[in-house]
Write a protein that binds this ligand. Structure first.
Ligand code: IMP
Ligand code: MG
Length: 187
């Protein structure tokens, strides 16, 4: 398949750059208040999708914090829908015991990935463990999850840009766009 430029796959821009950045600034302010007196805050980015969100969010935090990275993937069904089987592809380096961990994720869909990641982290006894997701597809949830901070609740549409990929591409787009349904089919 020849890879086209992003316009070929874009149905509509769902969240433009201004709205994204304004909401991330708000989240940063909220987190700075909530973690104001918190030593040992660790922002834990779930790769790869969370990376743009993490770097922008981190710059809006005025409390000292560490960052680290973890990669997890689900497998068993097609690449676009996660199954119940999740594995850790890359573990974080930081010992989370006694630290205040805030997991930073691009999108929560079924919840399988995050459910597994949170269970793994909880076993390592952090002082606190909270979850911050830029996008939330509540209607797709199969696993019960408490999401402490949400950027935007979105409908059940496949989206890309701002960290989210379409077959590993277009993570660099500064907005979140909806994929044209026929573009998903014509591979
Ligand atoms: P879950 O385990 O079903 O919650 O899936 C979460 C993961 O699926 C996310 O971290 C994304 O990598 C991927 N994902 C889910 N929905 C989308 C989407 O609309 N666009 C791009 N990736 C998605
Ligand atoms: Mg992905």
């Amino acid at each position: 398949m020849k890879v086209q430029t992003y316009e070929h796959y874009l149905d509509e821009i769902l969240i433009d750059e201004d709205r994204l950045q304004a909401r991330i600034a708000e989240l940063g302010k909220q987190l700075s208040e909530d973690y104001a007196d918190c030593p040992d805050l660790l922002l834990l980015c779930i790769l790869k999708g969370g990376v743009m969100f993490l770097t922008d969010l981190s710059r809006h935090l005025d409390v000292p914090h560490m960052i680290d990275f973890m990669a997890a993937s689900s497998y068993g069904v097609g690449a676009r829908h996660s199954s119940g089987s999740v594995r850790i592809d890359m573990d974080l380096q930081t010992d989370v015991r006694g630290k205040h961990v805030l997991v930073v994720e691009d999108i929560i869909d079924s919840g399988h990935t995050l459910g597994f990641v949170l269970k793994t982290l909880r076993n390592r006894e952090p002082a606190s463990l909270k979850l911050c997701a830029l996008l939330n597809k509540q209607s797709r949830r199969e696993i019960e999850l408490e999401v402490d901070y949400i950027g935007f609740d979105i409908e059940n549409k496949f989206v890309f840009g701002y960290g989210l990929d379409l077959d590993e591409r277009f993570r660099n787009l500064p907005f979140v766009g909806v994929v044209r349904p026929d573009a998903l089919l014509d591979e």
